[in-house]
Design a protein. Sequence first.
Length: 322
Amino acid sequence: MSWYRNTVWFVKGLREYTRGGYESASKHFNPADVEVDVAGRSFLVTGANSGIGKATAKEIARRGGTVHLVCRNKERAEVAKEEIVTETGNQNIFLHIVDISNPKEIWKFAEKFQNEHKLNVLINNAGCMVNNRELTEDGLEKNFATNTLGTYIMTTALVPLLEKAADARVITVSSGGMLVQKLNVSDLQSGSGPFDGTMVYAQNKRQQVVLTERWAKAHRNIHFSVMHPGWADTPAVRSSMPDFYERMKNWLRTEAQGADTVLWLAVSAEATKLPSGLFFQDRQPVPTHLPLAYTHSPPEDEEKLMEMLEEFSQKFKSVSPG
């Protein structure tokens, strides 16, 4: 059924995920939802030096929020921070250099962050699509390490801090590509069979949807959401999917359009009127499965995913400095 899922997803994408889809959906947006003052609230954005992460951080900064940029590359991150401060006039922009594919670094960062800062909103935006199987220094497949395990550790490590906050939220930037994938817990690190970076990425994004649903049930004081930004013109798309970019570049969303729903989920009062754990596109909750696609998973597979990620997580926590 993979041909069916891929075809339906692509047709859906042409209709909804492009710039035209955003322009059509945005006719029904209420601008007042995001015209809010968030001074005094603290936001952490991973992967914030470019693309959707930077666009989100900039819009939060414009609204007075304290923004923590979590980035891997120090040089690019400093340029992004300077741009955000200059364009918004907001001085409460803080930079943290963390490689989200390195679980020990995430634990070390989270432990320090909890002792020094408050946090109202976590935005898990960092991600990667590596097209050839590549292992990190810890022996982890890089897509899995960044997109799934990194997101899991960052979130679970900061949940205790979020539990102390008023109107706490966690937003994870996923992808509509996950619609073509059924959760597969038998090969989390894609070590068997041919390696297809696009499908591995889509599997990771399915995993993020499952994580969000499970977290929403486990942590009732925090509002969890996961979203698809549409097909946006970002550095990541240009570098990881050059053929797709060349074919679609005239129809791709801007970075700001891709970031719009992230911003809405992070700052609007309307977002938290909806149940925790939903998947969003253009400010609306949408199904997490295509019709007749057979991508639903049994609860025991979802439970197995959580158990395996917790096992990985604790393994790296135990060797974390400090």
